[in-house]
Design a protein around this ligand. Structure first.
Ligand SMILES: Nc1ncnc2c1ncn2[C@@H]1O[C@H](COP(=O)(O)OP(=O)(O)OP(=O)(O)O)[C@@H](O)[C@H]1O
Ligand SMILES: [Mg+2]
Length: 247
C-alpha cells in the first residue's frame, strides 16, 4: 500500500451484515486506521442512528458535537462535523445521531453527502446498519462497493447472504464478504463451517479473514483501533485485507 492507495476521486465502501454483533464497527475502525496508517485520507461514517458505537471504539465519544443528521439538515457544515483522530495522519469520524429523532433523510441526501466527501477523501467507510430494512437502503444509496461481514456461524452466513442479495437488488454491483472472529483451531473439526463452506454460500469474493482475539475487545473498550499495535497477527490480517481490496 502506501501513497498508491490514494484515489483521484474517493470511494465509498459500505460495511454491512445480516446478523448483529459480527464485527462491522470493529472492522470499519480497523480497516480505516490501516488505510490511514498507509497514507490514505479516510472518513469513518457511522450510520447506526440511535445505536452508534464507532465513536466509542475510536475513543472519540467526548468529542462528538455534530453528526450526520446535522450535516444533512443543514445545522452545520461537513467540515464542522468531522472529528479528527490525531493518532493518525488523516483519519476522521463522522458520527451518527444518537439522542434525537432522525426523520426525513432520503437516498438523495446520502448520495449528495457521499459525493461531497469523495472530493476530499480517498475512502469513506460506512459503518452500516444490521439487516435488510429501510436503513440498509439509505446506507447503500450511491456507495461504490459493499463488504458483508460474517462470522463462521451458519446463522451469520445465511443472514449475510440475504444482505448480499438485497445489496445486489439495490444496484451495488461490487460486493465481497469478510469473515471475522475466525478461530483457526476449530477448522477441520466439523464443529463450525470451514472456509470452503463459507465460499460455497457466498457468490462474492472473499475480502479476507480476521482472527478472533480478545485484544480486539479490549482495544474497543479502551478506545483505540487494535491495529495501532503493529507487530500482531491482527494488524497483519488488516494489512492483507487492505492490499487485497485496494491494491
Ligand atoms: N476479531 C474479533 N475478536 C474478538 N472480539 C471481536 C472481534 N471483532 C469484534 N469483536 C467483539 O465483538 C463484539 C461485537 O463487535 P462490533 O460491535 O464491532 O459488531 P457490530 O457488527 O458492529 O455490532 P452491531 O450489529 O451491534 O452494530 C464487540 O464486543 C467486539 O469487541
Ligand atoms: Mg456496530
Amino acid at each position: 500500500m502506501g501513497k498508491q492507495v490514494q484515489n483521484i476521486m474517493g470511494e465509498v465502501i459500505l460495511v454491512a451484515s445480516g446478523k448483529g454483533g459480527v464485527g462491522k464497527t470493529t472492522f470499519t475502525a480497523n480497516l480505516g486506521a490501516t488505510l490511514a496508517l498507509h497514507g490514505a485520507r479516510v472518513v469513518l461514517m457511522d450510520l447506526n442512528m440511535g445505536l452508534r458505537n464507532l465513536d466509542i471504539y475510536l475513543g472519540l465519544e467526548n468529542e462528538v458535537l455534530f453528526d450526520v443528521a446535522d450535516v444533512i439538515s443543514g445545522v452545520c457544515s461537513v467540515r464542522k462535523a468531522l472529528i479528527r483522530d490525531h493518532r493518525f495522519p488523516e483519519l476522521y469520524l463522522l458520527s451518527a445521531a444518537q439522542y434525537k429523532e432522525v426523520i426525513g433523510i432520503t437516498p438523495a441526501h446520502m448520495e449528495a453527502l457521499f459525493n461531497k466527501l469523495k472530493e476530499n477523501f480517498d475512502f469513506i467507510l460506512v459503518d452500516g446498519p444490521v439487516g435488510v430494512g429501510e436503513n440498509l437502503k439509505l446506507s447503500a444509496s450511491g456507495v461504490d462497493r459493499a463488504i458483508v461481514v460474517v462470522t463462521p456461524d451458519y446463522s451469520a452466513l445465511r443472514n449475510g447472504d440475504m444482505v448480499d442479495r438485497k445489496l445486489q437488488e439495490m444496484g451495488v454491483a461490487s460486493r465481497c464478504h469478510l469473515i471475522n472472529m475466525v478461530k483457526p483451531e476449530l477448522f477441520g473439526r466439523k464443529v463450525v463451517p470451514d472456509l470452503g463452506e463459507v465460499a460455497n454460500m457466498f457468490r462474492t469474493s472473499l475480502a479476507g479473514i480476521v482472527q478472533y482475539d480478545e485484544n480486539v475487545n479490549i482495544a474497543n473498550n479502551c478506545g483505540y483501533p487494535v491495529v495501532c499495535k503493529r507487530d500482531t497477527y491482527i494488524a497483519r490480517n488488516f494489512d492483507v485485507i487492505g492490499k487485497r481490496l485496494f491494491g
